[in-house]
Ligand binder design. Sequence first.
Ligand SMILES: NC(=O)c1ccc[n+]([C@@H]2O[C@H](COP(=O)([O-])OP(=O)(O)OC[C@H]3O[C@@H](n4cnc5c(N)ncnc54)[C@H](OP(=O)(O)O)[C@@H]3O)[C@@H](O)[C@H]2O)c1
Length: 334
Amino acid sequence: MKAAILNGYDKNGCDLVIRDIPVPEIGNDEVLVKIHTAGVNPLDNMIIRGEVKMIVPYRFPLVMGNEFVGTIDKLGAGVSDFSVGDRVYGRMPLGKIGAFAEYAAIDRRAIAKVPDYLSDEEAACVPLTALTALQALELMTPKAGETIFISGGTGSLGAMAIPVAKSYGLTVITNGSAANRERVLSLGADRFIDYKTEDYAKVLTDVDAVLDTLGERELAKEFAILKHGGKLVSLRGMPNGEFAERSGMSAVKRMLFKVAGGKMDRMAAKKNQSYYFVFVHEDGAGLKKISEIFAKRRIEASVDEVFSLDEVNAALHKVAAGRSKGKTVLRVNS
Ligand SMILES: NC(=O)c1ccc[n+]([C@@H]2O[C@H](COP(=O)([O-])OP(=O)(O)OC[C@H]3O[C@@H](n4cnc5c(N)ncnc54)[C@H](OP(=O)(O)O)[C@@H]3O)[C@@H](O)[C@H]2O)c1
């Protein structure tokens, strides 16, 4: 089968190589999925540059790709909750990615059935970013009626995080570039701030929760608009000791992240706020919940551009360049 392979980290970024490799064998709890589409994420470029190797170290050669949509071709002996032919999707297990390929062997606990109304391209927008939003919101424990600020909500993450936050009954404020205003409002955002002409830190106060997608450069402002005792979940800031502990990391890594994220914890402590970092992990049960929310609310997915597997490097460069209008997707098998 054809697969897009990374042969080693390169801090300046490098191209993946398309190679013919054997179709993977499946384990007892795995299914073999014929991949239809795969979402392309900033995370893929971060893996290539070695930026997340402290969180998930990979061995090479590595079949890349963190999320997929496809049909089940074969079941492992221990799989009884899915059938051959089911159309499924998922965030690939952290320790075994590989969605940029014609087939992948995937643990049954990482997958869920795709809501029928979504096309393969639309469904490829969902797993990684919707699970990120769900995992962040679970840490925030928000109550209906509260307000959340999602920074940079005009990208592929925002396209999922906004409707998922709305499904919790939250008032959603987000910012991004003006060209995306109408699309983002149509996703359910209650207020949109154009970051080039208006500073959210000057117009927002006392929001109940912040979902940060921009990282360290914005954190001081994001803490400033957060209420006393509020929760900030970052997807881009430094992981801290709490994250390392929650993720079950070794004592050494817990200590390293406690030091690395100490600055964020100290910023949060000033107003009795809490700082969390999320690194989205596979979760079939969470994705089933997402599928139910999507099917009930008929949430639309924002596909930006579709590439073929052979064009994977062009897709990765597009994601790296920003100016996102939603998800960049690979069409692998038709
Ligand atoms: N930790 C995790 O598990 C996890 C999971 C998913 C995503 N993430 C992270 O979340 C971030 C967003 O992901 P994505 O897939 O949505 O990326 P994306 O599709 O590239 O979107 C990013 C958006 O942010 C906007 N933006 C850039 N600078 C901004 C600023 N100063 N103020 C407001 N908006 C700004 C961009 O708008 P313009 O380009 O038009 O300016 C773009 O629409 C990435 O850093 C990604 O790595 C982390």
